[in-house]
Write a protein that binds this ligand. Sequence first.
Ligand code: AMP
Ligand code: ZN
Length: 120
Amino acid sequence: MSADCIFCRIINKESEAEIVYEDDEFIAFKDLFPAAPVHLLIVPRRHISTLADLEAEDAPMMGRLIGVANDLARSFNLDRSGYRLVINCGKEGGQVVFHLHLHLLGGKALSPAIAEGRGG
Ligand code: AMP
Ligand code: ZN
């Protein structure tokens, strides 16, 4: 838990979010400023600042994170049409909230440009 972290506050139910999934390891909610018709954030409950802070032993957790994203893509009917998973890392990677999270974007034809990052 990081006191000034907005995602920790959402995890602790101290801030509002439209939560679409929760288990003992992850929480997923709708992005407040969606870049696509479906824009979810899948967030580990444990406060890890960035992708670059991951340790080797976090690999299984990251695998489960992608599993949750794939399950959500299926429940939001994106699995046939396609979708994009994005993790921004650090300032120049476009990261704004420094609590590791995976963006799930879909529901429209996303730009093929990888440099777009958020994929809107
Ligand atoms: P990133 O640039 O990868 O750090 O993405 C942070 C994302 O969090 C952005 O897409 C924001 O729109 C989103 N965001 C910021 N604050 C909130 C919030 N309180 N509830 C939901 N999404 C948020
Ligand atoms: Zn946090």
